[in-house]
Design a protein around this ligand. Structure first.
Ligand code: 1CP
Length: 372
């Protein structure tokens, strides 16, 4: 392993582990993205997945928000996409500007799994070496300013894209698979789980200091289906990643915090609380104190301002951010177990200055709380 520069700000790692912090750390989902003019400038010249595959470009984009919000951000998240896993398994995925991901040849029947996912492609870490290189390069370039986050899409969310062929309003094709082809669905979810485990372990070895599993479409499933088709795989990912890293010869790998974001899965909070994830990320429809009341174990919560509040006048952003922050600090008994974030990602038409207001408000209110 190459030696990385010493970390100057480990607030997010401490908050994730439930250790004391002098203020609340903050980052936002999709902080490296289309709302930034500097991102759009690079994007104009390149195809999306070529950007992901070029470590220098991926690294540059990861650093853009860290530079722009100098000192206000407490983490960087590697620029990539959850759909690099389906690509590594052999599927074609294109990113259509203004529309989103598109699979020209999605999985229609279970036979398509064997046809489209050749066995020899399952060396995910080998296929995704470019993400690992981008992580290592970025960790050096960050120079210890803030920790670097890695991520994967959860098996159910990845399966949803692979069957739907892109985004969807109802996810009816993917959900139909669960009922018509439950065995094949489990076979696919299992392959994706193996890929997620290998890829996350690879990301940590390459330099990721914390990782997040995005189950963006968890809320499309009801409680029973979530318990059958998503939760066991989410659980297994945390278990296996932690067990594998515990045997690493590098001490830093032993305590890499893991976050789960099961968007919309209100009904699953207690179950998620019983997994090995350190942090549970909440969308904006979830009430932090209600969530906290359902958790018996010491977990850190992340979130959860509605991203659309960033369209409000600055004064209202300040007011709503304060109100959000207070909901989390109400149970601040065992140390500030809160990582401030939005309840989902930035939108392309957000004003970067509105996000600055959010960051500064978090800084202000959390510093005041700690000083009081
Ligand atoms: O800044 C960051 O957060 C890091 C980079 C990142 C991450 C973590 C990107 C860049 N994508 C993701 C994860 C991701 N990708 C998720 C999980 C988080 C979430 O729910 O938002 C999902 C569902 C995707 C799939 C995806 N990729 C979508 C969503 C489409 C839909 O179904 O609604 C879209 C629009 C993309 C493209 C994408 N990914 C990232 C960027 C900057 C973009 C825009 C691409 C462009 O320029 O066209």
């Amino acid at each position: 392993m190459s030696t990385f520069p010493p970390l100057k700000n480990d607030l997010i790692l401490r908050a994730a582990r439930g250790q004391p912090t002098e203020r609340t750390p903050v980052w936002v989902m999709r902080q490296a993205g289309r709302y930034l003019p500097e991102f759009r400038k690079v994007r104009e010249q390149h195809d999306f997945f070529s950007m992901c595959r070029t470590p220098e470009i991926a690294s540059e984009i990861t650093l853009q928000p860290v530079r722009r919000y100098q000192g206000l951000l407490d983490a960087a998240i590697i620029f990539s996409d959850i759909l690099v896993i389906p690509q590594a398994l052999g599927m074609t995925v294109e990113m259509v500007p203004g529309k989103g991901p598109h699979f020209p040849d999605p999985l229609v029947t279970p036979e398509d799994i064997t046809r489209q996912i050749p066995h020899e492609k399952i060396d995910v870490v080998g296929q995704l070496g470019y993400v690992l290189e981008a992580l290592t390069l970025t960790r050096h370039q960050l120079n210890g300013e803030v920790p670097l986050l890695g991520f994967v899409g959860a098996p159910w969310t990845l399966m949803a894209y692979m069957v739907e062929g892109g985004g969807s309003k109802t996810f009816s094709k993917a959900k139909r698979w669960l009922y018509q082809y439950p065995e094949a669905s489990h076979r696919l979810l299992r392959m994706l789980t193996d890929a997620c485990v290998d890829f996350l372990v690879g990301q940590v070895k390459a330099g990721a200091q914390m990782v997040q599993v995005f189950d963006s479409w968890a809320g499309e499933l009801g409680p029973d289906d979530f318990t059958t088709f998503s939760l066991p795989y989410l659980k297994e990912i945390a278990q296996r990643v932690k067990a594998t890293l515990a045997t690493s010869s590098v001490a830093e790998h032993h305590h890499v915090p893991m976050t789960v974001f099961a968007k919309g899965a209100h009904y699953a909070i207690a179950q998620l609380g019983a997994t090995e994830y350190d942090v549970i990320s909440l969308d904006w429809t979830m009430d932090p104190s209600h969530v906290r009341s359902q958790l018996s174990t010491g977990k850190t919560l992340q979130g959860n301002l509605d991203p659309c509040i960033l369209f409000a006048p600055h004064d209202e952003i300040r007011q709503r951010t304060r109100a959000m922050f207070e909901q989390f600090s109400a149970w601040d008994g065992e140390g500030q177990r809160h990582i401030a974030n939005l309840g989902h990602g930035m939108h392309p038409d957000h004003d970067p200055e509105a996000l600055r207001v959010y960051f500064s408000t978090i800084r202000e209110v959390s510093t005041q709380l700690k000083a009081s």
